[in-house]
Design a protein around this ligand. Structure first.
Ligand SMILES: NC(=O)c1ccc[n+]([C@@H]2O[C@H](COP(=O)([O-])OP(=O)(O)OC[C@H]3O[C@@H](n4cnc5c(N)ncnc54)[C@H](O)[C@@H]3O)[C@@H](O)[C@H]2O)c1
Ligand SMILES: O=C(O)C(=O)C[C@@H](O)[C@H](O)[C@H](O)COP(=O)(O)O
Ligand SMILES: [Zn+2]
Length: 354
């Protein structure tokens, strides 16, 4: 069974979820004389199969470092050199095969090449399928912070082949589920019930629970980015847990899994909501319980606060000197907390610190 989830907007496309989706590729690369396939070393075989299935013109394979090590300006520059050497034109297509880090990189490579060429994420991780590949946010990291250089560049279509999850380590399935749980708290509480009813099912790549969770989270994201591609308002809710999460990733020099940092960041955001009188205690406590059911981290170093505060100042939601956080005014009722005082921030961090 194949599910097509439409993403609306000026440049609409479908997120296609199912198993054995290679037949979907030719239509997405139709008309291209060259297809660049960007992938990490661990997914070389899968990338070769994707290139074969695309069936279009000349394949330009581009192997990049795994995970966040590939999400750099230097790696992007090498990709552009390879596109240049291959004579890549505006009708050619970039395909990113991998998790969120690889598709963020591939999307940015496509966004900047000739000021924007077609691209297709073939997503192979939970975080990639439910979040990174959907919505057209592409980026690389720099020393100053996470995703600080990038572009909004919607893909031509997104392939989420669930067969890929068979080889995804359990720790990465769990990390991706942090983004799914985020979708539960900001928009679709049924996600939270599904995880509470069957945390093992949520982590099982062969079962129906994970598929339902993936599709539900994709729908949450599609609904939001379909009305606000460039994050002029509603899209900010997708950043729940990310203000602290990105500061943790930066402090850890991108060695922490994104989903792990977001899990800690959601506990912090829930406490900010509770301590500012906006979120009830039971819903705040539910964050910790659900994330722990999935084996995700919920604490971070007590002595890190000064670094984290500095890191949060480069968050994209910051306006001038005013820090802004996504918080909840109740289950599935996200809102913005602007300019919380230092004492509130410290008290919320005390609930995370160990
Ligand atoms: N653009 C967006 O809107 C958006 C949304 C969410 C996350 N992200 C970004 O996505 C990244 C996190 O995503 P991720 O967890 O997929 O990261 P990732 O790409 O680093 O993948 C995690 C690990 O899983 C491996 N992997 C991926 N698929 C595999 C498979 N099928 N089999 C075996 N191993 C596999 C990767 O090689 C890597 O080691 C972060 O960089 C984050 O900032 C972006
Ligand atoms: O799509 C969005 O918008 C999100 O915020 C989704 C996040 O899960 C994702 O990690 C995103 O890359 C963060 O964006 P950033 O603009 O804070 O870098
Ligand atoms: Zn994220």
């Amino acid at each position: 069974m194949v599910t097509r989830i439409p993403v609306n907007g000026d440049r609409p496309y479908d997120v296609i979820v199912g198993r054995g989706l290679h037949d979907e590729l030719p239509a997405l690369v139709d008309g291209a004389a060259r297809v660049a396939v960007i992938h990490p070393p661990t997914l070389r075989e899968r990338a070769e199969a994707v290139a074969k299935a695309a069936g279009a013109g000349t394949v330009v394979p581009i192997e990049v470092p795994d995970a966040e090590r590939g999400k750099t300006v230097e790696v992007a520059a090498r990709c552009w050199d390879e596109l240049g050497a291959a004579g890549f034109t505006r009708t050619d297509v970039v395909v990113g095969v991998g998790g969120g880090a690889t598709t963020d990189l591939a999307g940015y490579v496509a966004a900047a090449w000739l000021r924007g060429v077609r691209w297709v994420p073939v997503s192979t991780s939970v975080a990639g399928m439910v979040d990174a590949a959907v919505g057209g946010k592409t980026a690389v990291n720099i020393a100053a912070g996470k995703n600080l250089v990038g572009a909004f560049h919607p893909p031509a279509g997104v392939l989420c082949d669930l067969d890929a999850l068979d080889t995804l380590p359990r720790e990465d399935i769990a990390a991706g589920l942090a983004e799914v749980v985020k979708g539960g708290f900001i928009a679709d509480p049924r996600i939270l019930e599904l995880v509470e009813e069957s945390p093992e099912g949520a982590l099982d790549p062969h079962g129906d629970v994970l598929r339902e969770l993936i599709e539900r989270k994709i729908r949450v994201k599609a609904d939001v980015v379909g009305v606000d591609l460039e994050e002029s308002g509603p899209r900010e809710i997708l950043n729940y847990g990310h203000t602290l999460g990105h500061a943790i990733e930066r402090r850890e020099r991108y060695s922490w899994k994104h989903g792990h940092a977001v899990a800690v960041g959601m506990i912090f955001a829930a406490e900010l909501g509770r301590l500012s009188g906006r979120l009830d205690g039971a819903t705040a406590a539910r964050h910790r319980r659900i994330l722990e059911l999935l084996g995700l981290p919920t604490t971070y170093a007590r002595d890190a606060w000064t670094d984290l505060l500095a890191g949060m100042r480069v968050d994209k939601k910051t306006r001038a000197a005013t820090l802004r956080f996504v918080v909840l005014d109740g289950l599935a009722k996200p809102g913005i907390l602007a300019g919380p005082d230092d004492e509130l921030l410290r008290r919320a961090y005390a609930e995370v610190a160990r």
